[in-house]
Design a protein around this ligand. Structure first.
Ligand code: SAM
Length: 213
């Protein structure tokens, strides 16, 4: 059988476990290894986990968060595309989920998401549509990642945590340097669920510094 016909292990697992995308296992691995979902005591809305999922469609990461934390969290999510219709019910069931379809660089979207903050955690799997040209793709990915770090600077609570995707290359090292000024710890991590040939990696910012707000 030709390789392209093989359903990969993570895809099959996602299907069996009711997730719309294999990317959920990247978040799961990050969650198992790093305290990205640590609650922040300064947020007291009767509920101290306020989470923002950037680049959320089709919805696996949001579904993971809601399955794991349920009513203990308020989850806001954003994407250019709508969420997978098939998973809408699981996402919207508890009334603690807010989704906005739009571009994170738009003033309106930014305003709506800032209103729901400050957040204890921001997760971002946002990525551009790829062209196959590595320079173009990594430049676009870096621009999105820079914007996600802007969100973290503006609407992540002190001691809050960030996990974001970026394509390696270009000036991605400079972004990690910037994150080191904002967070007590900033590091890169490549989950096993990333495809072998993939240039994507995740940058983690843990414990946002007080001076960064
Ligand atoms: C790999 S997918 C995310 C998969 C998702 N984490 C899941 O588990 O279902 C990347 C997403 O980033 C979104 N995206 C890219 N640029 C964006 C932008 N400027 N604003 C909002 N979403 C964006 C894309 O529309 C795409 O749906």
């Amino acid at each position: 059988m030709a390789d392209y016909k093989k359903i990969d292990h993570w895809q099959e697992k996602a299907r069996k476990e009711g997730y719309p995308a294999r990317s959920v296992y990247k978040l799961k691995e990050i969650d198992e290894k790093f305290p990205v979902f640590k609650p922040v005591s300064s947020i007291n809305s009767g509920n101290n986990m306020r989470i923002l999922d950037i680049g959320a469609a089709p919805g696996s990461w949001s579904l993971y968060v809601l399955r794991k934390f349920g009513a203990r969290c308020l989850l806001s999510a954003v994407d250019l595309s709508p969420l997978s219709r098939e998973f809408d019910k699981g996402l919207f069931d508890g009334g603690n989920f807010f989704f906005i379809q739009g571009d994170i660089t738009s003033v309106q979207v930014r305003g709506s998401l800032f209103e729901k903050g400050p957040y204890s955690t921001i997760i971002s799997d946002a990525a551009p549509s790829t062209t196959g040209n590595h320079t173009v793709d990594s430049t676009r990915s870096l621009a999105i990642a820079e914007e996600v770090v802007n969100y973290a600077e503006n609407t992540l609570a002190v001691c809050g945590n960030l996990a974001l995707k970026v394509f390696q290359g270009g000036d991605s090292a400079a972004l990690l340097k910037r994150m080191k000024l904002i967070f007590e710890t900033a590091k890169s991590f490549k989950p096993q669920a990333c495809r072998g040939e993939s240039v994507e990696t995740y940058y983690l910012g843990l414990n946002k510094r007080k001076s960064a707000t």
